[in-house]
Design a protein around this ligand. Structure first.
Ligand code: 13P
Ligand code: ZN
Length: 271
């Protein structure tokens, strides 16, 4: 029997989560990650997968019926995931009715899926509509991105343009910009629905004064998106209180986007 703890998807997940913790994005149990797994990826480990519990998700995601997700558990400390993956992570399958899910593996200490399951699953459904290759949704509380929320207008055009100005590569890495939601009660279907709506337009969504949601085709790509936004926010926070004497001009950002051939939000530039 193949050891599921040695599966590439499991090693990739625990490694990425350790890096999220190392970078200070996930204090205590802050943050959550969901990774859609295919039947092929799980085929070798079918002996380890047994439905031990079926539960109501509390929302309806019919397009995800039959899909499998590796998901962080609620209240689990990111610091511990690598040492205790079986306790901190779970594999769920969305049932045919689109309203229930079964736990097939994990949460060995009796845990359950992240309280942000609505935002994760609704975001997966939304992203898959615009990008059938999307596999990952990642939420965390990166320090500088969060700090910026307190001193910068929470307007998605303004936030995006400021972040794009902070590093030359930003407009190339997130040409679609960053969506912004106001402060909302977390863990609810409402914040899940609002996030999913933004995810149709943006791969990155800031939750005002809470953190960020990012999505992508792979764990690496999604991590890289958070990392780039956080780096830009760090440069903003290091310079926001100083006189600004240089900037990357809007025409320069336009030429970057065009040179690298990315589809970008021209309406977010002052041209
Ligand atoms: P969970 O521990 O339930 O995943 O919640 C953490 C969090 O960041 C809530 O937004
Ligand atoms: Zn959070």
């Amino acid at each position: 029997m193949a050891d599921i703890l040695k599966a590439k998807f499991m090693e990739d997940m625990t490694e990425i989560i350790s890096n999220m913790y190392r970078l200070g994005w996930d204090e205590r149990n802050g943050g959550n990650v969901s990774y859609m797994l295919s039947e092929d990826m799980l085929a070798l480990y079918s002996d380890s997968l047994k439905a031990t519990r079926t539960f109501q998700t509390g929302f309806y995601t019919p397009s995800l019926s039959g899909k499998y997700f590796l998901v962080t558990g609620s209240g689990k400390y990111f610091r511990n995931v690598r040492r205790e993956p079986e306790d901190c992570l779970g594999i769920i399958k969305i049932e045919e009715d689109g309203k229930r899910a079964s736990l097939l593996w994990g949460y060995s200490g009796g845990g359950r899926c992240t309280s942000e399951l609505p935002a994760h699953l609704m975001s997966h459904a939304a992203r898959l509509e615009v990008d059938p290759e999307n596999r990952v949704v990642m939420h965390c509380h990166p320090t500088n991105t969060l700090a910026m929320n307190y001193v910068h207008p929470l307007d998605e055009r303004e936030v995006t343009r400021t972040l794009w100005q902070m590093c030359t590569e930003c407009i190339v890495v997130f040409p679609d910009g960053v969506g912004v939601l106001p402060w909302m009660l977390c863990g609810t279907n409402s914040i899940g629905e609002a996030t999913a709506l933004k995810m149709k337009e943006f791969r990155a969504v800031i939750w005002g004064m809470h953190g960020i949601y990012c999505s992508g085709k792979t764990l690496d790509e999604t991590f890289g998106l958070v990392e780039t936004i956080e780096k830009a926010a760090q440069i903003y926070m290091l310079t926001a209180h100083l006189p600004r004497i240089n900037t990357i001009k809007d025409e320069e950002m336009k030429s970057l986007a065009e040179f690298f051939g990315v589809e970008y939000r021209l309406d977010f530039l002052n041209l």
